[in-house]
Write a protein that binds this ligand. Sequence first.
Ligand SMILES: [Zn+2]
Length: 158
Amino acid sequence: MFCPFCNAPDTKVIDSRLATDGAQVRRRRECLECGERFTTYESVELSLPRVVKSDGNREKFDEQKLRRGLVKALEKRPVASERIDTIVNQILKSMMADGSREVPSSQLGEWIMQALREVDQVAYVRFASVYRSFQDVNAFREEIEKLVQATAAKTDRG
Ligand SMILES: [Zn+2]
């Protein structure tokens, strides 16, 4: 890091300690040229990709919105609220693991449905019916049939 006083390219870290409850590292540095001292703070940058909506607009990923959607889908279902945290973390992980700068909202929806399908099938169908806004009754029935088949296959395997 360049010295902010004389712009010398070499500065030396003379002290390093955790700050703000460990969320940051505070470093004291000394310029090797002019001897001035200054402080830098280092923190993790969790950069989530932006969400590309079907109309092409980009928006910031909204964790609260995701949470609200999950709460609604899981309303009155026998699922502990900690599971919602687990799903949210799972989605965040998928988004970051993907490594792209942008993620289509359709992909985000698929991840959410995947997670819900594992947790609660009623919640899954609720979410899917809103999210996919099924064009007609047949599309909805197809989805249910797929779900039933998947469950049957699972049961067969024992
Ligand atoms: Zn300097």
